[in-house]
Design a protein around this ligand. Structure first.
Ligand SMILES: [Zn+2]
Length: 296
């Protein structure tokens, strides 16, 4: 009897109900970040070569499930453009639609390859929307203002002004391995958040860079971005990578989940996430912990 009650309660958690009493199918996604493959020797905790085996195992697990989408939160390679030749064929084996965003290491390649990088990877837009059921995933380009990605004159000026302004406030985010969101993209985000609120969508914002984590790994304009997204009730969570040790905070009812980097240690790290009408249920694999997060 007790087992039956536990099973029923689990099924009810997975199957949310709207106010009309009709069941809403939960959304289920695969998520991994900082695969950061390179044919290079280990460095500190980073076991670059092992990322291929970890990736194969992650893809095989994802393909054993019915997923609505898979997201990689940036830094798929390191050091050498040829690393893409090992990673991309593995990414292409993922059955569910794959959505990519870029990190700082994705651009740590020789200058002559940078301009053609998006075509090589098959990314058409660097910031975009993915709608799955009643959930909207807003994908941000944290390399908009960057020390590694190509920058036009306007971006260079905006980056310099932002970083200088931060140093004058003793904020230390403007480091070469971080990135920022430019003013044009911020305006685009505000439009998308207004639309999401109007359309009664539940929003997860995704970006490579954390908002409030440790060790000076935050997005340049972390406070400004959080100030914007926290004005919207539709924003339920912010997912990121970049800081490989991972982190979790809840602030103003928004779950800030920093997923662990796949490249670190000999143990894998990735997640399968079920999003219901009232919860975000993270099933972690390897070093990634499970989390049951109630949404506001
Ligand atoms: Zn990174």
């Amino acid at each position: 009897m007790k087992n039956l009650i536990v099973t029923l309660s689990f099924l009810l958690t997975l199957l949310s109900w709207d106010s009309s009493g009709q069941g809403i199918k939960p959304v289920r996604i695969g998520l991994f970040t900082d695969c950061q493959y390179c044919n290079c020797p280990e460095s500190g905790k980073r076991n670059y070569k092992l990322s291929l085996v970890k990736l194969d195992s992650c893809v095989s697990l994802f393909n054993s499930m019915q997923l609505d989408g898979v997201f990689h939160l940036g830094d798929m390679i390191d050091h050498d453009v040829r690393s893409y030749d090992s990673v991309l064929p593995r990414f292409s084996k993922i059955n569910a639609p794959l959505h990519l965003l870029l990190g700082n290491h994705d651009y740590m390649i020789k200058s002559r390859y940078k301009a053609g990088l998006l075509d090589r990877i098959g990314i058409k837009e660097e910031h975009y929307i993915v709608d799955l059921g009643t959930w909207r995933f807003i994908i941000l380009n944290g390399d908009d203002l960057s020390f590694t990605a190509p920058q036009n004159k306007k971006q260079k000026q905006e980056r310099q002004d932002m970083v200088n302004d931060q140093y004058s406030q003793l904020r230390m985010n403007g480091l070469p391995w971080n990135g920022g969101i430019g003013s044009e993209q911020m305006r685009w985000l505000e439009v998308k958040l207004n639309e999401s609120e109007r359309d009664l969508m539940k929003v997860v914002v995704m970006c490579h860079f954390p908002l409030f984590t440790k060790d000076n790994h935050n997005l340049f304009n972390n406070r400004e971005l959080f100030h914007l997204i926290s004005r919207y009730n539709c924003v339920k969570a912010y997912f990121n990578g970049h800081y490989h040790s991972g982190n979790y905070k809840v602030r103003d009812g928004i779950h800030l989940v920093n997923f662990k980097g796949m490249v670190d240690t000999e143990q894998n790290a990735f997640a399968v996430i079920t999003l219901t009408n009232d919860s975000i249920l993270i099933k972690g694999y390897g070093r990634e912990p499970d989390r049951h997060l109630k949404i506001k």
